[in-house]
Design a protein around this ligand. Structure first.
Ligand code: GTP
Ligand code: SPV
Ligand code: MN
Length: 581
């Protein structure tokens, strides 16, 4: 580690180097640095003790996928869905931007563990950064400092990441990954997944590459435990694209709590999964905190988060009230008098939202009342169900179940969702986002599909696979399903399918619940709404199949044959040529 830090310092040329120990005293010093050297300040110390608001550069407010690269010698190895750079070229080009980038600045060296400190499944990373905001966030999102140094010892088994704010100009911004070397370089952004290198860069892009080599899985999935009336807890992992409801599902307050159904949070964004000795897929959450979307979060939609974020929390790009409290659209109150926007200006209704749509809170997972007693189980938790989902205003029914693993892989591989503010670019455009990994797969997605298929053959007790859609809209443009805590009704059906007790009906796309198998009491949904929620409209699916065909075509001969066959199967079932299996 020292050798790598020396090299990084020779390139970036900081004035000072600080190796972080992770202590509270050090944290306070770094927060003071953050307040001095960036647009950040302390919030109301009485109502929000130890909370800070950070405003990022207005051109640096979300992940920038077009500036994110996977660097391997052969373009074919990163595939058609990733941006490619040759490793030598990337070193030269981004090296030039990193050269001297930390002059006049401090380089903080943050050793960190992804995963519980005592888990054999955890891995060590080291991030060198010139941003105190990044250090303060990493301290919440990972286990940093002495624990990581102790775990690393003299080993070279760590993923190094060099990060500099550079000049924050998107024209000189690059997030580059070298999976073969297990190295990350990031320059020109201080925001989220672009800058907290343990998260998307390591735990998904580099880790997905390692996982394929080593026979495990690194996925963009929440992990939750659903407690049923007898007290038994069944674990599920769900992959939804960015800003499509993972944090909210993982932390929900169940609408069926009176009936004994309760949700426990193990993770809200990333799952690392290995095949356990008993043949179940065991999942750990590599992260220690939540970097969650603020807008839309209220006591009504997510009381667990609201109870967690009133202390020791960093807010980024939210609004602030005159008495120093964070505020965002959907928090449950009207715009207060004297509200200041995420850009630090007086709020003006003509100028839009006070909080940026991708504004976020960073909070320790331990602060959530819903945190699972097995959050840090070194062996992880056994996964009984995988749930794919996304935002589909039209096509997809509320929930359906794959016929088997291979069909489930097809459902994941053909997932699509309307884009959100979590990445720069247009919002609301439907795009293919296989397994919610489109921006996060560190190698050719066709090989990733093959890896999923291969894993299915090795897991003795594979999770059953489902697809959900909380975001279907009616003719009036409103969501048909109430969502949030009511989503537990769908989880209950999934649990009962896992246990083999719930009824289902076959359709060409999979099994959907029969009318009576979903617990809907107390919801007051009209029968029209219910019909809409579950409708499988052949014309719409025909269009979607045509799009899938085009998407699959991009992978050429590298696309697994099994997925071609699954595609043909759906086509034939819609033609009525064969009944659903
Ligand atoms: P990333 O952190 O970007 O990976 O996002 P995420 O998948 O964790 O999404 P999150 O739970 O933060 O939700 C994103 C947005 O969707 C928020 O504004 C939520 O309020 C909203 N949302 C979440 N769940 C539901 C739901 O069930 N129904 C509706 N209508 N909106 C939801
Ligand atoms: C996502 O975009 O999926 C996130 C937020 O979880 S970020 O960390 O910025 O990638
Ligand atoms: Mn995410």
């Amino acid at each position: 580690m020292e050798a790598w830090v020396d090299q990084a310092a020779q390139l970036a040329k900081p004035d000072r180097i600080v190796v972080c120990d992770g202590s509270e005293g050090e944290n306070q010093a770094i927060l003071r640095e953050m307040v001095q050297h960036s647009d950040s300040f302390e919030l109301n110390p009485k109502t929000y003790p130890n909370c800070y608001l950070h405003r990022s550069s207005p051109s640096d407010v979300a992940r920038t996928e077009h500036l994110t690269f996977i660097c391997m010698p052969e373009k074919e190895d990163v595939g058609p869905t990733n941006n490619w750079m040759d490793p030598g070229g990337a070193k030269y080009k981004i090296g030039a931007l990193l050269n001297g980038a930390m002059r006049g600045r401090t380089m903080y060296v943050v050793p960190y563990i992804m995963g519980p400190a005592n888990s054999p499944l955890s891995k060590v990373g080291v991030e060198a950064t010139d941003s105190p905001y990044v250090v303060a966030n990493m301290r919440i999102m990972a286990r940093i400092g002495k624990v990581a140094i102790d775990r690393l010892g003299n080993s070279t088994d760590f993923v190094p990441g060099l990060h500099s704010l550079g000049d924050l100009d998107p024209l000189r911004r690059y997030i580059v990954h070298f999976p073969e070397e297990r190295l990350i370089w990031s320059v020109g952004s201080g925001y989220g997944g672009n800058a907290l290198l343990g998260k998307k860069c390591f735990a998904l892009r580099i880790a997905s590459y390692m996982a394929r080599q080593q026979g495990w899985m690194a996925e963009h999935m929440l992990i939750l435990g659903l407690e049923s009336p007898g007290g038994k807890v069944t674990y599920m992992a769900a992959a939804f694209p960015s800003a499509c409801g993972k944090t909210n599902l993982a932390m929900m307050v169940s609408a069926l709590e009176a009936q004994g159904y309760r949700v426990w949070t193990v993770g809200d964004d990333i799952a690392w999964m290995h095949i356990g000795s008993d043949g179940y897929l065991q999942a750990i959450n590599p992260e220690a905190g939540f970097f969650g979307v603020a807008p839309g979060t209220s006591m009504k939609t997510n009381p667990n988060v609201m109870r967690a974020i009133n202390r020791n929390t960093i807010f980024t790009n939210v609004g602030v009230t005159p008495n120093g409290e964070p505020w965002w659209e959907g928090i449950g109150t009207e715009h207060p008098m004297g509200l200041i926007t995420w850009r630090g200006e007086r709020w003006d209704p003509a100028k839009g939202a006070a909080a940026h749509p991708n504004s976020r809170y960073t909070v320790a997972a331990r602060q959530s009342p819903s945190i699972s007693p097995r959050f840090e189980d070194p062996e992880g938790v056994p996964i009984s169900a995988f749930i794919f989902g996304g935002r589909r205003a039209r096509l997809a029914p509320l929930v359906y179940e794959a016929f088997d693993w291979r069909h489930g892989v097809y459902i994941g591989a053909t997932m699509a969702s309307e884009t959100t503010a979590a990445a720069t670019g247009d919002v609301g455009i439907t795009r293919r986002d296989p397994m919610a990994m489109l921006p996060f797969c560190g190698y050719n997605m066709a090989d990733y599909f093959e890896h999923w298929l291969a894993m299915g053959k090795r897991i003795l007790h594979p999770p059953k696979i489902f697809h959900v859609n909380w975001f279907r809209k009616g003719a009036d443009g409103r969501f048909l399903w109430p969502g949030y805590g009511e989503n537990v009704r769908v989880l209950k059906w999934i649990l009962e399918r896992v246990e083999g007790t719930a009824q289902a009906e076959e359709t060409p796309i999979g099994f959907v619940p029969t009318r009576n198998s979903l617990t809907l009491d107390g919801l007051n949904l009209s029968s029209d709404t219910l019909r809409e929620l579950f409708r499988v409209e052949a014309d719409d699916w025909e269009l979607d199949l045509a799009d899938t065909r085009e998407f699959f075509g991009k992978f050429g001969r590298r696309l697994p044959q099994a997925l071609q066959e699954e595609y043909q199967g759906v086509v034939r079932r819609f033609e009525g040529a064969i009944p659903a299996r």
